[in-house]
Structures are given as structure tokens and as C-alpha cells.
Design a protein around this ligand. Structure first.
Ligand SMILES: Cc1ncc(COP(=O)(O)O)c(C=O)c1O
Length: 368
């Protein structure tokens, strides 16, 4: 049995009847940039997140960038974040001319360890940027306590966590603002690049709306030098359709995760912890194994595709060699990067495929 990691072509075939008429509507209205579909999506996604505003953007990276600028991040500031993330989290900090300051992770969840944040704060610290990694909410209460003590603001990187709940509240509204990505592999994905900034703060929303469109506050009135970070009309149309399916897709991801956990209990591996007060939306289902290369190749031999999220902490990427963080700087993230493996996780996996993957993993790693 072949189990591919993703199957976006099959997803399109299931949605074809809804997607193509929506794309045609965009063409007929020639609403290629922003326009009515994007505006409707902004209202619907803000309602979904329980926030006052949603500003639709060109990508998750653009959302992080504008979110940080809206919080006042400037050259030579410092922003505290996790090294256990996709590079874009740190890049957005660099785009502002600020320095990413990494803090090690909580090995139980893979997210930023709040116990280590306070000692990383300096007079230059302007913001904290936690990532809800793999769709699992970061430790927000503890991060808020620290931020309040030091008068620092928080931007959520919710790129992987559409619809996740922390203590009953959806991510997106848990801090000053939140950045979402709709990259085609995400839980709710565009047919191209896309992102959004959600916030309850009128000033942040106003800034992001102007900044995404060359700093314009009215036609050809440019209050500041902005960006071309607007969402395309096609993406707004696709995302409105996908948002309607997100509830059932998330429920199915969570069901698959429960089944993986049940079938993998007692196997010689570790899995991240879920806090029962929160709701992880399982963008990825990861396991930690000691002999990853062998596990990957033996799974591949059984036609099971896996991916590593992520093989290196951000500070060990050549892009960030200038930070001068040598290997072993943050032992927990390095241990995670050496051992982590993402199993296939998508709403259309069948029960047979889930059992096939889990049984193959069990067989390969053995029992504890
Ligand atoms: C944690 C995280 N942050 C930021 C991004 C950047 O989003 P985008 O690719 O839409 O720019 C991604 C995904 O690609 C991500 O996974």
C-alpha cells in the first residue's frame, strides 16, 4: 500500500465542483487583487478566529513581517523566538533589521520553553514571537506573564495552527496579533501563496491594511513606504471554500492522531504531549526516534513517505551563521531535530492507511 505524505491533486478533484465556479467568478469580476472574495474571506476568517480584524496578505512571511513592524520592531531591536521552526519566523525579524534571539524548546511539546525566556530579555528586547508548532498551541499564559512584566508585546506565529485552541480560545486572538500562512501544504491552504494577520487592535489592522498596499490610506495617498503584500482574488475565493471544510478536516486530523497514538503506544519512540486543556490541530503528526535514517528508509521501502520538520535548528542554518551560535547551544532543539519524523497526516487518509503506517513504524522501531 502506498501512503504519500500529501495528495493535493486528489484534494482538488474532490473540491473541483466548488472551486472552479468560484475562480470563474473572480475572472468575471476581474477582482484579481484583493476585491470582494478577499474582503468576504477576511470577515469570515476573523469570525472564525474570534478576532475583530483579519488583513489578508500575500504570504505568511509577509504577515509575520507586517505584524512585527506593527508592534514597533525596529533596526537593532531583539525579538525572542524559537529555533525549532521554518526559517521564515526568523527571516521576518531580520527583515525589520532586528536580531532573532533564540531560546530552547520544551522537549515535551516542541514549543518555546517559557522558563528560559526571561534570562534572554535585554533592554533591546521588543517582542516575543512564539510558534504554535505542528498545530500545538505554545505556552501562552506563561509567555504573557513574562511579556507583561517587561512591557514587551507578543506576535503569534500561527502559520501551522488554523483553528487550534488554547484554554478554549482560538489561536489568532491570543496576543497583540497573529500571522497565518495559507501555503499549499497548510491545514487551510490557498492555490498559491497567501497569508493573513489577525488582531483585535484597530491600530495594528489599520497599519497592516495600508502597509500591504504601498502605504496607501486612500488611492494614491501614500502615508509611508509600504510593500506589495496584497492577497490575490483567486486565493480569497479558494480560502472561503476551504474555511467551510476546515471544521471537518480538523476533526479528521484529530481522529487520525488519536488512532496513531493508540496504535503506537508502547513502541520505542516518543510523541509530543497534548495538554488536555488545549486543542492541537495536527498540522504534522511527529514522532521522535533514535535511528531516524534507518526508520525513514525502511518506511520508504514499504512505500510510506515521511518528511523531517526540521532537520536543523534555525541558528545552525548557513543563513544565520552570522549569529555565531555553535552546535550544542540549545540541546533540546538539537535533540529534537536529530530525532523528529513527520508521518503522513492529511484528512483523506483511510483507516487502513493509518493502521498500515502505524504498524510499519511499530515493527521497525520495536517495543519499549
Ligand atoms: C512556522 C511557519 N512560519 C512561517 C511560515 C511562512 O509562511 P509562508 O510560506 O506562507 O510565507 C511557515 C510556512 O511556510 C511556517 O511553517
Amino acid at each position: 500500500m502506498k501512503v504519500s505524505f500529501l495528495d493535493l491533486k486528489a484534494e482538488f478533484e474532490r473540491l473541483r465542483g466548488e472551486i472552479l465556479p468560484a475562480l470563474e467568478r473572480v475572472c468575471q469580476n476581474a477582482s484579481f487583487i484583493l476585491g470582494e472574495e478577499v474582503e468576504a474571506f477576511e470577515r469570515e476568517f476573523a469570525d472564525f478566529c474570534g478576532t475583530k480584524h483579519c488583513v489578508a496578505l500575500a504570504s505568511g512571511t509577509a504577515a509575520l513581517h507586517l505584524g512585527l513592524l506593527a508592534l514597533g520592531v525596529q533596526p537593532d531591536d531583539e525579538v525572542i523566538t524559537t529555533p525549532n521552526t521554518f526559517l521564515a519566523t526568523a527571516e521576518a525579524i531580520s527583515y525589520c533589521g532586528a536580531d532573532p534571539i533564540f531560546v530552547d524548546i520544551d522537549p515535551a511539546t516542541g514549543n518555546l520553553d517559557p522558563k528560559l525566556i526571561e534570562r534572554a530579555i535585554t533592554p533591546r528586547t521588543r517582542a516575543i514571537l512564539p510558534v504554535h508548532l505542528y498545530g500545538r498551541p505554545a505556552h501562552m499564559d506563561a509567555i504573557h506573564e513574562i511579556a507583561a512584566r517587561h512591557d514587551i508585546r507578543i506576535l503569534e506565529d500561527a502559520a501551522q495552527a488554523h483553528g487550534a485552541r488554547y484554554r478554549g480560545r482560538r489561536v489568532g486572538g491570543l496576543a497583540a496579533a497573529a500571522a497565518f500562512s495559507f501555503y499549499p501544504t497548510k491545514n487551510m491552504a490557498a492555490y498559491g501563496e497567501g497569508g493573513a494577520l489577525t488582531t483585535n487592535d484597530d491600530q495594528i489592522a489599520k497599519y497592516a491594511r495600508a502597509a500591504r498596499s504601498h502605504g496607501q490610506t486612500a488611492r494614491y495617498e501614500h502615508e509611508f513606504v509600504g510593500f506589495n503584500y496584497r492577497m490575490h482574488g483567486f486565493q480569497g475565493a479558494v480560502l472561503r471554500i476551504k474555511l467551510r471544510h476546515l471544521y471537518e478536516w480538523t476533526a479528521r486530523r484529530q481522529e487520525i492522531a488519536r488512532e496513531y497514538r493508540r496504535l503506537l503506544a508502547g513502541a520505542r519512540l516518543e510523541m509530543p504531549l497534548d495538554d488536555p486543556r488545549d486543542e492541537c490541530v495536527y498540522h504534522q503528526f511527529v514522532i521522535y526516534v533514535s535511528n531516524r535514517n534507518a526508520v525513514v528508509s525502511q518506511l520508504a521501502a514499504r512505500e510510506i513517505e515521511t518528511v523531517v520538520h526540521y532537520p536543523k535548528p534555525v541558528y545552525l542554518q548557513p543563513a544565520y551563521s552570522s549569529l555565531g551560535c555553535p552546535p550544542r547551544t540549545f540541546p533540546q532543539v538539537e535533540r529534537a531535530c536529530e530525532r523528529v519524523l513527520s508521518l503522513p497526516m492529511r484528512p483523506d487518509l483511510t483507516a487502513e492507511q493509518v493502521a498500515y503506517v502505524a504498524n510499519a513504524v511499530r515493527e521497525i522501531v520495536g517495543s519499549k
